[in-house]
Design a protein around this ligand. Sequence first.
Ligand SMILES: [Zn+2]
Length: 165
Amino acid sequence: MAWSAVCDDLLDIVFPHLEKVLVEQVCVEEGVVRVQARTRNGALACPDCGVSSSRVHSWYRRCLADAAVGGRPVAIDLSVRRLFCDVASCARRTLVEQVEGLTIRYGRRTVVLATLIQDCLGACRPGRCAAGRRAAHRRQPDDAAECADGVARSVSSLTPGARGG
Ligand SMILES: [Zn+2]
């Protein structure tokens, strides 16, 4: 099997949620797995008028924190398009790509990481996880909100998106 085929298979195995984007590079910098990717060049339906557009207004980069791989935090540097809506009667002039199963509007975490955090918060009980134990130790052992905050802070401190990307 050719090396590029192995790499493609490995990407599919480790990052199945990136199947809808083009992965251009994966590297490790300062202990963080950095994935450079971009959206594909398909047409996109305007959320207001429903008419498809593929006329590019501009590209911009989103830095998304993703679930860790092999104990390393993952940051996805995703280039997305802003497209024109050319329908004269539509109030919207431009629209921004979202990638189903990967991005959340205005979100700085992937859907996978956001779901992981939600699952963790749902399962978290004071004293039963590291963040919960820290929260319980600080003040109120029965305060579930405190525990949830502890989990969110712990996860945020481990994710590259929390640093301003
Ligand atoms: Zn429109």
